[in-house]
Design a protein. Structure first.
Length: 372
């Protein structure tokens, strides 16, 4: 059995005068309720008063059943002291004191002419970039009609190697999708996927035991879907259908999915509601619709600037009278509309759905609506 070693800590003076060790031991016994036990490894225990430990004036005397010289014990404690000192002293106290307990005087950062110039220049640069970005987005939102916005969005996704790649389309569900799909879709149910891209959701749903069909408005993504489905022996790849509309058909699906963030890329409120109404016709009552989107806050200054510039330019330059909406943006060469919760609920309600579940994070969100 391993021999237990107990070390009692005394002041350095008690080691220099061996006769005082007994008095120090008695003093430690009287103040045992104030002592702190630190485990140094194995069965070794080091006991000391917290106030004495913080002072850092400790050495070690061995009172174990084994004979260990004071010099060895002192060497052991000296090696452990930096770690036990950090355990006994709070970070705030440790950072505010030096070896002689004097407060550390930290000089403030030196502000030279160059550092001050950088601070103001960087603030000015970012402000100018923000204004120019708002002017750029607002101008083109005012110039381009909904069909032209759809065209630049389709080009963005059609030119993307990511959305046409096998890696993306065979990657399965996102974490939030797996959770929501499992909660709202019955096993084996038949689902219709709008804006299905090259087929990621369709393939993942079929692998999970659902029947799934999909349609997409981007021809390059439809072509990629045909290639991927053929490569892996899957029938019925994603079909092409024009944007902002739904293929007609019987009410023969149990649930609906709008592809990843697709709803946020549909321009104008009227077109989004028409898309939702078309999907509503393909399912019976109490059928779930799952969609994802970009979000915004009501007090977004950037959104307000883009809206004002776009409204001004649209009054003079837009060929049609389609109304620009707060939350419309052009980001990464694609149209996006950022939603508030109330705005999303209003559009779904107009199209014949009620929101049953809503979740948003940093700039993105997803929801489940039930057909009524």
């Amino acid at each position: 059995m391993e021999t237990e070693k107990r070390f009692t800590l005394t002041n350095a003076e008690s080691l220099d005068h061996p006769g005082s060790a007994e008095a120090s031991t008695n003093h430690n016994a009287e103040s045992v309720n104030k002592q702190t036990t630190l485990v140094a490894g194995g069965s070794e225990r080091i006991r000391c008063s917290p106030s004495t430990l913080r002072a850092g004036r400790m050495r070690v005397v061995d009172f174990s059943t084994e004979t260990v010289s004071q010099a060895v014990c002192a060497s052991i404690w000296k090696s452990l002291l930096p770690y036990t000192h950090r355990m006994a002293v709070t970070p705030a106290a440790a950072s505010a004191r030096t070896g002689n307990d004097a407060p550390i005087q930290v000089p403030p950062p030196q502000q030279t002419f160059r550092t001050k110039s950088f601070k103001y220049a960087d603030r000015l640069f970012n402000g100018v970039v923000g204004v120019m970005s708002a002017v750029h987005e607002g101008f083109w939102l005012g110039c381009l009609n909904a069909d032209e916005l759809n065209s630049i969005t389709a080009a963005h996704f059609g030119e993307s190697r990511f959305y046409t790649s096998n890696e993306h389309n065979l990657s399965g569900f996102f974490d939030w999708e797996a959770e929501v799909f499992g909660r709202y879709f019955r096993p084996g149910s038949r689902l219709l996927v709008a804006a299905a891209g090259a087929g990621r959701e369709v393939l993942a749903l079929r692998k999970a035991g659902f029947e799934a069909d999909g349609f997409e408005c981007s021809l390059p993504l439809v072509t990629a879907s045909q290639r991927i489905f053929d490569e892996f022996g899957e029938p019925d790849p994603v079909k092409y259908w024009p944007p902002d509309s739904v293929p007609p058909g019987p009410v023969n699906h149990d649930g609906l999915i709008l592809g990843w963030s697709a709803y946020t890329h549909v321009p104008t409120k009227n077109r989004r509601i028409a898309l939702l109404a078309g999907l509503r016709k393909r399912v019976p009552s109490d059928a779930p619709l799952i969609l994802s989107f970009f979000t915004r806050q009501n007090d977004s200054v950037c959104e307000e600037h883009v809206y004002r510039v776009g409204t001004f330019c649209g009054f003079f330059l837009r060929r049609t009278k389609e109304t620009l909406e707060l939350g419309d943006r052009i980001e990464w060469r694609r149209f996006v509309h950022r939603f508030t919760k109330d705005e999303l609920e209003g559009e779904l309600g107009t199209a014949g759905f009620r929101v049953d579940y809503y979740r948003e994070g940093t700039g993105e969100g997803h929801a489940v609506a039930i057909s009524v």
